[in-house]
Design a binder for this molecule. Structure first.
Ligand SMILES: Nc1ncnc2c1ncn2[C@@H]1O[C@H](COP(=O)(O)OP(=O)(O)OP(=O)(O)O)[C@@H](O)[C@H]1O
Ligand SMILES: [Mg+2]
Length: 251
């Protein structure tokens, strides 16, 4: 069982890098997150955001270099299932549910495999998680593939929180949502946060990111180019140039 003290970051990433041949997708990134924080990550397409989540969770690969600590304990050498059981869970940019299983079965499977629960505990945890995300009771027995885009977001988050993570990494959860749905997603993030779960949020939808994040870090070409108060970071000329540069290049 991992214990935290007040001064120790809950999640600490030290100088992590990930290379793919000649490409350095994540370049000596360091940051730390306190328990209870909502930590935002922005950056142009291809800047290494998802790769950073990949190497923190070990899904599908560990860092090429650097260290990751959860409540002071090194986790970068653990296997992916050990990392999730230690309390670091993620969602994926693309749909990752079991399409033919019902919503309830999906969340149950996560509670069993990621949360390491027995069947009775997992059944209770699954219903509780679906209650938390407010997925309508009559939709819970539908196949995941029959759910709407927003319902699949609810399912994705329910699957993660059913396993009772300490830290939840959300990779562009607003992708594909309408503006009202994005506002509902912000409420959902606050609900999860209210359950005592620390959140790291990658998001291109800046209004959402700025609304919920207490701290914002920006990546470009795999490296941290700014980190601090969200309203200051978005005005940083280096950050503005990183985004405009991509746009001018037609990316
Ligand atoms: N498995 C891989 N093999 C080779 N290159 C990869 C691999 N995964 C990612 N990359 C490359 O690493 C870089 C960073 O990709 P990544 O998916 O982390 O970016 P991102 O910031 O999440 O982008 P987006 O905003 O489009 O999701 C890109 O150049 C990408 O092509
Ligand atoms: Mg990505």
């Amino acid at each position: 069982m991992l214990e935290t003290n007040d001064n120790q970051p809950l999640l600490e990433v030290r100088q992590v890098s990930r290379r793919f041949g000649a490409l350095v997708a994540v370049d000596r990134v360091s940051f730390s997150i306190q328990k209870g924080e909502i930590f935002g990550i922005a950056g142009p397409n291809g800047s290494g955001k998802s790769t950073l989540f990949n190497i923190i969770t070990g899904i599908p690969f560990p860092p090429s270099a650097g260290e990751v600590f959860l409540a002071g304990q090194p986790i970068h050498k653990l296997r992916p299932h050990q990392i999730s059981r230690a309390g670091v869970l993620r969602t994926f940019q693309k749909d990752a549910e079991f399409a033919t299983l019902s919503a309830l079965e999906n969340v149950y499977a996560s509670a069993v495999y990621c949360g390491q629960m027995g069947s009775n505990e997992a059944r209770v945890a699954a219903q509780q998680a679906l209650d938390d995300v407010s997925l309508a009771a009559e939709r819970r027995t539908k196949a995941a593939s029959d759910l709407s885009v927003f319902e699949r977001k609810q399912l994705m988050i329910a699957s993660a929180i059913a396993a009772r993570p300490k830290v939840l990494l959300l990779d562009e959860p607003a992708a594909g949502l309408t503006r009202p749905e994005t506002s509902d997603l912000a409420d959902l993030i606050y609900t999860v946060h209210g359950r005592g779960i620390t959140i790291v949020l990658i998001e291109h939808v800046l209004p959402l990111l700025l609304k919920v994040s207490e701290h914002l870090m920006v990546l470009n070409h795999g490296a941290v180019i700014a980190s601090g108060k969200p309203e200051e970071v978005v005005r940083n000329p280096v950050v503005v140039a990183a985004y405009l540069g991509k746009r001018e290049a037609g990316l």
